[in-house]
Design a binder for this molecule. Structure first.
Ligand code: SF4
Ligand code: SF4
Length: 491
């Protein structure tokens, strides 16, 4: 059980830096920045957007099931780390989902429409749209609550749909919209706005660093055709997570398998998963197009939970079903190579206590849970697990895209991440391994704000420290070092 926050802590968590004149102009009292939302007739526009989505998708089938469920067991409330911290009834998962389900029931079912005609009540109001705009971004879409629901309601899915409809009327966090716009329509074509020359400079610099540190020529192959793997890390890794990328490159150097980074498109991030299926579809297609341009066989996603999930589940949906290129996460690749004996890791390098955080997007449905643990246990002397873990893991508190919204950091680190901080504290870990760009950012901010002296790293960061290269690779690198010319003095 998580301690309820004091009134003072709650006030701090909900403090907003938005200017009152902006709130007044947008007529929207949410804690994140929004640009150009629909202001007049918001409820009507919401219903139109909802109707269009229902017409063009299968959401209606799922909602029909959900609106028939009437159990009120409250199991979801006990699983939700947000509700456990605030104890605000508005944070109970089924309360939040009911905001949208009641709109569906009233406006899109025969019974609801008849009742409306007979009693003339229950029409969606602007106030209720505003409440949804706040509520759906208080949820991290971690889907932990859904594991416990006896009638099978996926609150993460309802949150996603609610955000999608809102985004169609211009209500979405500016941080996500601006990044996605740059990725789909901007000059650089990626969410961090990294130009290709800057990318190449960074990679060259890292290659020099690795040669110096490991005495092995470790490369980031660029625009190579016919490779086994085309690599898409979260693009922010090129700015923030050099050690993770060096770990990725070191692993491929050790195995000798072919991989490449494409300059046509090199961003694994897909914020569409957090707020818009239309964006999700367009971004996934860019990944597939680049893989095809380079005639690559497989899509390799870096250490990033949502990037992995969006590619794994939506590449087949939007890009050719069974004919779509297979998607693999870099930890799955590493695990396979370790099992085959193609990677050797020194068990005497990482001696401090290490723990592992399961990113919700790869663990909740049971996809990647044991493999990273097996990798870590194989070379970390002091590995400890958090409880609960795996499918039942506790979210970092910045899930569902909320980590990208800097203005809600106090909320993320005192409410969303409170349970995670307590879990980490109990392990006494020095290294907190978080194989996800979003989790890493959130957990670093969480450790700082909660006063925990823990280093947040990627799994490949530790692998890079411990990897043992074949002597032949070292010899090859030495042979390629240019020999000094005979000096004038010696002549
Ligand atoms: S998805 Fe996570 S944050 Fe959202 S209601 Fe469920 S448990 Fe709470
Ligand atoms: S767990 Fe499911 S059935 Fe129980 S209250 Fe929550 S939404 Fe309703």
């Amino acid at each position: 059980m998580i301690d309820k926050l004091s009134d003072e802590e709650l006030k701090h968590a909900f403090k907003t830096e938005r200017k009152p004149e902006v709130v007044e102009k947008q007529k929207l009292n949410v804690r994140y920045h929004v640009e150009d939302p629909v202001v007049e007739g918001r409820a009507q526009k919401f219903l139109e957007a909802f109707a269009a989505i229902l017409k063009n998708t299968n959401y209606g089938f799922v909602l029909d099931q959900y609106v028939r469920s009437s159990a009120k067991c409250s199991r979801c409330a006990t699983e939700c780390q947000v509700y456990q911290a605030t104890r605000d009834p508005r944070d109970i998962p089924c309360y939040r989902s009911e905001l949208l389900l009641s709109v569906y029931r009233r406006h899109f079912t025969v019974g609801g429409l008849l009742k409306g005609r007979l009693f003339g009540s229950g029409y969606l109001t602007d106030e209720k749209v505003n409440e949804m705009a706040e509520s759906f971004w208080n949820c991290t879409a971690c889907r932990r609550c859904s594991l416990q629901c006896p009638v099978g309601i996926d609150h993460g899915l309802v949150t996603h749909l609610g955000r999608y409809i809102l985004s169609e009327i211009g209500i979405a966090p500016r941080a996500l919209v601006v990044s996605t716009r740059e990725q789909l329509e901007g000059k650089t074509g990626n969410t961090s706005a990294i130009p290709v020359p800057a990318l190449l400079d960074t990679l060259e610099f890292l290659e020099e660093d690795m040669l110096e540190e490991k005495q092995v020529e470790i490369k980031f192959p660029i625009d190579q055709e016919n490779c086994e793997y085309v690599f898409f890390p979260a693009v922010s890794d090129f700015l923030m997570e050099a050690d993770t990328l060096m770990g990725n490159a070191a692993v491929f150097t050790a195995t000798g398998d072919s991989w490449t980074i494409g300059t046509g498109y090199f961003d694994g991030i897909n914020y569409g998963l957090f707020y818009s299926d239309r964006m999700l579809d367009r971004i996934v297609k860019k990944v597939v197009e680049e893989t095809k341009r380079l005639k690559g066989k497989k899509i390799l996603i870096g250490e990033c939970g949502h990037a992995s999930r969006s590619a794994k589940y939506f590449v087949p949906v939007f890009c050719g079903g069974k004919d779509a290129p297979p998607v693999i996460n870099c930890m799955e690749y590493l695990w396979e190579q370790l099992k085959k004996g193609r990677i050797k890791l020194d068990p005497n390098v990482i001696t401090d206590v290490v723990t592992y955080h399961d990113p919700c997007n790869i663990s909740r449905q049971g996809w990647i849970i044991d493999k990273p643990r097996e990798i870590l246990r194989s070379f970390c002397k002091n590995y400890v697990d958090m409880e609960p873990k795996g499918m039942k893991n506790i979210c970092c508190g910045g899930g569902g895209g909320t980590v990208s919204i800097d203005e809600i950091r106090p909320y993320r680190t005192s409410i969303g991440g409170k349970a995670k901080a307590e879990q980490v504290r109990k392990t006494g870990a020095k290294y907190l391994v978080a194989p996800c760009a979003n989790c890493k950012k959130q957990l670093r901010e969480l450790m700082e704000d909660q006063g925990l002296d823990v280093e947040v790293v990627g799994l490949h960061d530790l692998v890079y420290k411990a990897i043992i290269f074949d002597e032949s690779l070292k010899k090859k690198a030495q042979e390629q070092v240019p020999q000094p010319e005979e000096s004038e003095v010696e002549k």
